[in-house]
Design a protein around this ligand. Sequence first.
Ligand code: MSP
Length: 512
Amino acid sequence: MNKNYYITTPIYYPSAKPHMGHAYSSIVADFFARLKRIQGFNVFFLTGTDEHGQKIQRAAKKKNMDPLTFCDEISKTFKNLSKTLNLSNTDFIRTTESRHVKSVQNLWNVLEKKGEIYLSKYSGWYSVSDEAFYSENEIKNENNNKTSIVSGSPVEWVEEESYFFKLSKWEKPLLEFYENNPNFILPQARKNEVINFVKGGLKDLSVSRKSFSWGIKVPSNNDHVIYVWLDALTNYISALNYPNQEDSLYKKFWPATLHLIGKDILRFHAIYWPAFLLAANIPLPKRIYGHGWILSGDEKMSKSKGNILDPLEIIDKYGLDQLRYYLIKEVSFGNDGSISKDKLESCINSDLANNYGNLCQRVFSFNEKNLSLSIPTKSKFEKEDLEILNNFKLNYKYLIQNIDSQNINFYVDFIVNHLFAANKYFNDQEPWKKKSDQKRMSTIVYVSLELIRKLSIMLYPIIPVSASKVLRVFNISEDKIDFNSIIDNEFLKSENKINKIGILFKKIDNND
Ligand code: MSP
């Protein structure tokens, strides 16, 4: 079994400050990276910034800065955001780094040598904001402003000499690939959109620009810079030291397990990227997952709409784990999700404070009062103990299967239901009434502690700081967290001391 797992986020345009949509892609990727790591996988988790192209050149010019100084500055804010979000990324790539430039030029040379690229002239619509070419039927005219039907972004007419990639040639091979690899694009609904688009006919793709200079130069013709998407997509292999295919990183981690992206950039990842790779004879990634948008009200959060919820402000006010939990639990993965402060607050109160926090608090306090903060000696489990404990083992296979098909909701629902069930178990068993039956009381507390341990392990990829805090109660340090141990009902060893912790999650009370 291949125990290597390579997950990527999109690389972000540093044309503006990071917002909640960016934070979302990164937090979800971090969730998978942490989960696979505690399952025993070697995980390579990549994120970074996409720094070339007209969009960046214009943004820099607006600030009267040269593009590299501009990128150095904003790329730093994305790097800092990775730290603030507590991402466990292995690497952070910037497309202005020489390792990346070398890799892109090499890929270009391979494509050119194979006859996949030719020089001609482009005339058509271009959206600088999407860095995308659109055909006439993808354009609408509103009050004399031409915009893309796909994204709503403004488009402008471009006419210039350009290199073209023979995308049309890969129409059939791509369709065959999708057919033979039915889970290459997920969720399924997105896959159908892609297939329909390809079936509609693929035109050759303009892959160089001549009218501006902020990009990687075409090696054989320095008048041209390489199209920013060909440049950007290559980050997924340049971070593994492509073109050195003998490099241990490349050998271990390519093809990628999962490119996690937003649905708006599916076309680039599910059509262009595989076509470039097929043409260069490089294996294709195993999966592209296009998640939905984070909406504010009914609209996509974006700078141009001015409806951005700033992740830093939210973290400052409510805490990081609170935000991570909310985004992972409340946005149905794969679909759009509208977020608001009210919903965030009620989620913190009901799930984190009342459900998880309360369970920990009650069980630990009871233990402190009656069992002097130690793991009690259990007696034989009763039917009701086994019923709840064994659920982890019974569902283990489904949990893994669902995670590996990115069905986060199944995973989170399991946790939430079992937090409720664990609270109910503690209530119903009434250990406070069993003081005359020490054996039973000890067993109930033991079972409750086991449930807290199992659930904290499951929660760790979502709320790493808080779950680690709880696991340290049992002397389980972060590097020792083992997902597989959730099926063990007798992991905790009696007599071991447990450590005290304070309140895990403060309730939000707006009357304070
Ligand atoms: N630079 C390209 C990606 C190149 S990958 C080889 C890009 N950058 S971006 O900064 O505009 O967007 C990065 C990611 O953030 C995309 O996956 C996009 O879907 C996601 N989001 C941006 N706004 C979003 C929301 N409001 N909601 C959820 N994600 C969205 O595209």
